[in-house]
Design a protein around this ligand. Structure first.
Ligand SMILES: [Zn+2]
Length: 233
């Protein structure tokens, strides 16, 4: 069972200004809104097990509705984890184990593309941040999944796929390049990476970036992603 504080890290996305998380248990995410892009209820279960990924993986279980969105999924955390092991933060909201916070803008447009805590101290030092792994895998279940028809409509079987943002979403015309996984490819090369790149950084905590939220909104047919400041630290 996850620490209850990890229940809904993507709740901060607030895809529409009037979406809010209305009901959460350790297994259920419930989003609602009053108009625009429709309702979205997704149930995500978590377990420790033999993950197909080094640290974790996400399994799409069902999708449906109009527009089609993922409705149920499973996150499996790697029980037989390799070195250097996880850091399971007992207080994941305060980020106090990290001494530096960096925010990065995209090179082309004024879109946040990375929010990263670094200079880890104590037990967080040199380990993989479990909060990052959980948030990343939830990101897959919000749209970045090979098995999701919303993803397939853009990329088909092509693992290297450009996603062009379209109106009415902000930054229409901006292109996000995906690579195998599906993940966001690194085209910046300066360590300022979105949450949905393939590999977790050692000893750092990546939060959801504006780019991640915009990408998920495009794939899952939400019109007004909240690209504002990061959640409170
Ligand atoms: Zn991934």
């Amino acid at each position: 069972m996850l620490d209850p504080k990890l229940k809904h890290p993507w709740a901060y996305l607030r895809f529409e200004s009037h979406i809010s998380v209305t009901k959460t248990t350790s297994k259920r995410f419930s989003f609602f809104k009053n108009g625009g892009s429709g309702n979205w209820d997704i149930t995500i279960e978590f377990k420790w097990g033999a993950s197909t990924g080094s640290w974790g993986n996400a399994v799409l279980i069902s999708q449906g509705g109009n527009p089609v969105r993922i409705t149920r999924g499973l996150v499996i955390f790697q029980a037989n984890r390799p070195d250097p092991g996880f850091y399971a933060d007992p207080t994941p909201r305060d980020n106090t184990e990290f001494k530096q916070y960096s925010s990065y803008l995209d090179d082309e447009v004024l879109l946040n593309r990375a929010r990263i805590f670094s200079k880890a101290t104590g037990d967080a030092q040199g380990r993989i941040d479990l909060l990052r792994v959980a948030t990343h895998e939830i990101g897959h279940l919000l749209g970045l999944s090979d098995d999701y028809v919303g993803f397939q409509s853009y990329c088909g079987p092509n693992p290297y796929c450009p996603i062009e943002i379209t109106a009415p979403r902000p930054f229409a015309g901006y292109i996000i390049y995906l690579e195998f996984g599906p993940h966001v490819g690194d085209r910046w090369g300066d360590g300022g990476l979105p949450l949905m790149v393939p590999d977790p950084p050692v000893g750092e905590r990546q939060l959801i970036s504006g780019l991640d939220a915009l990408l998920i909104a495009q794939l899952s047919s939400f019109n007004s992603p909240n690209l504002g400041p990061a959640p409170p630290f």
